[in-house]
Ligand binder design. Sequence first.
Ligand code: SAM
Length: 228
Amino acid sequence: MHFDIISCQPGLLESPFEHSIMKRAIKKELVSIDVHDLRAYGKGKHRQLDDYQYGGGSGMVMMVEPLSGCIEDLKSNRTYDEIIYLTPDGRPLNQSLVNQLSLKKNLLLIAGHYKGIDERIREQYITMDISIGDYVLSGGELPAAVLVDGITRILPGVLNDATSALSDSFQDNLLSPPVYTRPAEFKGWKVPEILLSGNDRAIAKWRQEQALSRTQERRPDLLDHMDS
Ligand code: SAM
């Protein structure tokens, strides 16, 4: 799977892909990521990317020409399944959307800054708007990294144990049950006896019950979508 990301702060996207599972996925060529510096498409001698908003008001807006130039160049080399703008007013990101996007081949992600991007870019090029939550960050790079990470970790071959991702929170609209590792006792704090029993059926049942009660307690809203 391939991601192109357009950013005016490409340095923000260096570290997230250079460690752990992301690093491994790139090395194994299960995923490739190209970050494109929008500055290269900036206007004039100062490579301008933003301008005052029409109608007045505080905050700059990312200009139409640099973004259009960059998107057109990328589109001339590749066909995208989706061109996604990361934005607080987008569709809320959840596991179901991550699962759907993991089936795609090529995604183009656009990270905004300032007040956001000129609306005409959204009208002409964007096929999907995604928000990573009801709060506002200063730029779209971290949301883009969140999306890329969420998708990459469920691609076949990325995790050593493919079943691990399936038992994570949200895959079945339940939160994950509690997990423990060695030692079985620390400062008198004990691991639940059942997990040491070796009885796989009983352990699976216990985990299911724990997942359900944890979801009821912390995220009862998820249970409303059990059949969706
Ligand atoms: N004026 C915008 C608004 O109120 O919706 C906020 C702009 S924000 C300061 C700058 C950029 O950060 C946005 O263009 C977007 O790319 C990114 N961003 C901020 N919060 C986000 C979120 N919750 N989800 C996705 N992207 C976000």
